[in-house]
Design a protein around this ligand. Structure first.
Ligand code: BTN
Length: 329
């Protein structure tokens, strides 16, 4: 990104007009340099209105991420985290995987204003927008190896549901293994997703990079590029959510849940998770990677987090990564 692009965006974040001349003066550059910086912002898919005689403005005000505000919102769990905010990155997960291999501390959290190549589950892309999404990754180190981490992704989903419930969004539920869902106008909509990438040996120690993407507002052009109904959290809240408070709440719930998980595994959360599952005992269609669809009825989740489904051929158990679940209700 052009060096001036983000500093200019930070000024425009108030949603008001700023003239090219005022911006040029503020940063000690020419108006042409400001113009070029604005052009580079536009190439990132960020709309900047330009009106002759008035200047530039964003379509609406944006609350920028702020590491101090996030840490403050973590309350008593603040000491667990080291928060870093990046203006732009390809993927916070890719970045933190690299930093983890270099030995950065347990509890490092990297949040990004702009993510240009967000990674989703099952090789999908994750699209997000400045001000319309919260995208961050957290590094959590475990003594055990990857084999001892089954159910981790479900526990992360539960932590996020608790964080959202604590902000009054009590209708948010989970879809196995860890999508955040809400029923809206008679249809299930995805509010956010989780991608966990692991490093380390099977015997341990291991490191998990926990990537979280939450929609705040979904623009129509973004909706069109996603293959399932999606909704922003702000649609569920009387007031627009403050992304720093949201992120801080997520971090504090992650600290609580991940510490408990490290001690007791998924079995400790099995009942609580089941109670938050949108499709518990519901008819579903299971989409396999080979294109096959298996109809069934959800029976529950097993002690290690696999999904138990009654199908035409009897009870079957599925691991995360094998299937996608769709409601058949
Ligand atoms: C999903 O497919 O549901 C998981 C999406 C996870 C997206 C988040 S955004 C922050 C972090 N960085 C990434 O590249 N992906 C995750």
């Amino acid at each position: 990104m052009n060096k001036l692009a983000f500093p200019i965006l930070a000024v425009l974040a108030d949603g008001k007009f700023h003239s090219g001349e005022a911006l040029a003066q503020r940063f000690g550059v020419t108006r042409a340099t400001v113009y070029n910086a604005i052009q580079s912002v536009s190439t990132l898919g960020i709309t900047v209105f330009s009106v002759r005689g008035r200047g530039y403005r964003l379509p609406k005000a944006v609350t920028l991420l702020d590491a101090d505000a996030m840490v403050q919102a973590c309350g008593e769990y603040a000491p667990w985290f080291h928060v870093q905010v990046l203006a732009q990155v390809d993927s916070t997960n890719r970045y933190l995987m690299q930093e983890s291999a270099r030995g950065v501390a347990h509890g490092t959290c990297v949040a990004a204003h702009i993510q240009t190549a967000g990674r989703g589950r099952r090789g999908r892309q994750w699209v997000s927008q400045l001000g319309g999404s919260v995208t961050f990754s957290v590094l959590w180190r475990f003594q055990c190896g990857a084999a001892g981490l089954s159910g981790l992704s479900l526990v992360v989903g539960l932590a996020l549901v608790r964080a959202l419930h604590s902000l009054g969004l009590t209708e948010v539920q989970l879809k196995w293994p860890n999508d955040l869902l809400v029923q809206h106008q008679g249809q299930w909509h995805k509010l956010g997703g989780i991608l966990i990438e692991l490093q380390g040996d099977m015997e341990g120690p291991s490191a998990a990079v926990i990537g979280i993407g939450l929609n705040l507002e979904v623009a129509p052009e973004m909706r069109a590029s996603i293959d399932q109904p999606v909704l922003g959290l702000n649609a569920l809240s009387a007031q627009a959510l403050d992304p720093n408070v949201l992120l801080g709440r997520c971090l504090s719930q992650l600290a609580i849940h991940l510490n408990q998980f490290a001690e007791q595994g998924f079995a400790y959360f099995q009942d609580e998770w089941t109670a938050a599952h949108a499709f518990h005992q519901q008819p579903v269609n299971l989409l396999l990677a080979n294109g096959q669809t298996i109809p069934g009825q959800v029976l529950g989740v097993a002690e290690e987090g696999s999904l138990l489904v009654e199908t035409a051929t009897g009870q079957q158990r599925f691991n995360a990564g094998e299937i996608s679940v769709r409601s058949a209700a």
